[in-house]
Write a new protein. Structure first.
Length: 191
């Protein structure tokens, strides 16, 4: 059997689709270059915007008015920290003084209750366990009565009249009172 020769066969179009790898590689290369270019442009825009913000903030930070205000605020903050520490120390000292203080409203009431009617106090000085009381009375008997009354107050160790002066029918006196060395913690526990 014999086959026919067709001279036009090479010119007749075939509808076969062949995958061309080169076209695909060139397409991927173009897409990669375009993606790198877009990312580069985007990053450059971001860098430019950030640089603008940095320049604006640097201008504000280097402004002499801003620097002066910052230094002023920093000084005030340092002073505030110092004063806060001082206040804490004062509060601690106040608590310590209150803990060791022997003079209280109760003690003052007791001293007042021991005063005769014709006796007046002119000075009251407390230092540690010692209290010095100065005053005036119409007679020495009132001073002795007051001294004896102070000796009956709880935690009083001794009462001593150190001076009595009689001037113009008024007796001026100085009374020294010493309190026992009382442990404040024990006293609070008893109450």
């Amino acid at each position: 059997m014999m086959s026919d020769l067709n001279f036009f066969e090479p010119y007749i179009e075939k509808r076969d689709f062949r995958f061309n790898k080169m076209i695909l590689l060139y397409g991927l290369l173009v897409l990669s270059i375009a993606a790198v270019a877009v990312i580069g442009i985007y990053n450059q825009v971001q860098i430019s915007m950030l640089q603008k913000q940095v320049n604006e903030r640097r201008a504000i930070a280097e402004d002499s008015y801003t620097v002066d205000k910052y230094n002023e605020i920093k000084t005030l903050e340092d002073e505030m920290v110092f004063f806060s520490a001082e206040v804490d120390r004062i509060i601690a000292m106040d608590k310590n003084i209150a803990k060791t203080a022997i003079i209280s409203d109760t003690l003052m009431s007791e001293i007042k209750s021991k005063m005769p009617d014709d006796l007046f106090l002119t000075n009251f000085n407390a230092s540690g366990r010692d209290i010095q009381i100065s005053g005036a009375a119409k007679d020495s008997k009132s001073i002795a009565e007051f001294s004896r009354g102070l000796g009956q107050i709880r935690d009083v160790e001794s009462v001593f009249i150190s001076n009595i002066d009689n001037t113009e029918e008024i007796f001026n006196f100085v009374l020294n009172t010493t309190f026992k060395d009382v442990n404040i913690d024990e006293q609070d526990a008893q109450e």
